[in-house]
Design a protein around this ligand. Sequence first.
Ligand code: GLU
Length: 479
Amino acid sequence: MKAITRFAPSPTGYIHIGNVRSAIYPYLLAKQTGGKMILRIEDTDRERYVEGATELIEDTLKWLGLDWDEGPIVGGPNEPYFQSERKELYLEWAKKLIASGRAYADPTPSEKIDEYRRECSAAKKPFLYRDHRPENPPEWEPGMPIRFLTVPKEYEWHDEVMGDMHTGPEVLDDIILIKRDGYPTYNFAHIVDDAEMGVTHVMRGVEYLSSTPNYLALYEALGLERPKLVSLPHILAPSGNKKLGKRDGAKSVTEYRDDGVIAEAMLNYLACLGWNDGTEQELYTKEELIEKFSLARIQNSGARYDETKLFWMNGQWIRRICDTQGVRALYDRTIGFWPEVAANYPEDYRVKVLSIIYDRLKTLSDLREMTTYFFVDPAVEIDAVVGNKFLKKMSEAEIESLLKVVIRKLSDVQEWNANKLQEALNELLAETGKKPAELFSLIRIAVTFAAFSPALNLTLDVLGKDVTLARLNAVARAI
Ligand code: GLU
């Protein structure tokens, strides 16, 4: 069965991490079945509308590689894809329901509704609008809400993730279809659009599960076939039992992009948050996800968001890209993530630096901190040398003479490359009788003044002979 799915965000701000799976899973299912994914912008809540949010949504989807088959920009047979431009259609559908006796124009002023609410709460009774439905509803005219006329009864349905569901008549109410401002509610608009657009699978956050009986009542009243319903559990905050919110670091997807997370890793991480294919596999390409995805393996409990895991996965993906597509391909993704001073060096040099450091990166922006010493001479801090945990046992005089031995040896290296440098370093170990931790720490600190560096021979190779010797000499002089 070709699945027609949709991602139907409301443009109320950026898409945060917790919401993206509602785009990823519909995309995967559509691609897997040769169907299509529709992007529909649900912008009927004019009070929550945020200028620019639609572009941000489009940008996020494009970056993640979730190309929609129908929707804004690409168009399609169901245009327009902005609900605010489909107002007439919803009104037509609502009028059909009025005509069939399943909806009514509601002239009740809001103050009166508030009063009903207060009375119910004083009497400790649940508030149901259907108990207060106007007796003789007037003809509809603009400015008047249209409400569904519900017929309370039990409902049973199957949710692809939550299983078999059952509710009593108490959850059915006369929900608003068209608001006073003429815009439809989400509750009504999505039913109309899903039907008009031929959506077969409604995949959305579990927060809509409790309203589902009202949607089922609407499908019935409209004579529509029920689509498959797929409720996606919340993504949980890193601790506690609450939904991941902006306060728990639920950044926008594009913020992670700007921090140096790569799209493949983000897609992989989010797709596997609450879904697995039953194996131990952790890294999936988009194509593999399309092939392996299944509704049946979406977890029905909330998955916990774990940024550390995301960064780990990002590191894995950085390696994978370099190892499978080559360092140049990875380099192309690093533009904008280098320390500013790197711009003074030729691209080939940056590529060389990348080729020895990429396997230590968790995000591309780590380049900023981790590579500075490849581009500027570090400030000489003698305390960092003599205070180093491997060098503490040596006196300053010992360190100085050891440095001199190192300088002499490295000055004699004719062919400055990683192999020859490794040979020279090994000879130095033999000649000085020092432990690798002592000798190599001393050289590493004197040359980089950084906590970590790639393998010493590789680092020295990339820095070059002149720079290496100049830095060693600067430390020797300062001691
Ligand atoms: N506009 C709704 C939201 O952003 C979409 C729910 C749905 O996918 O139907 O939460």
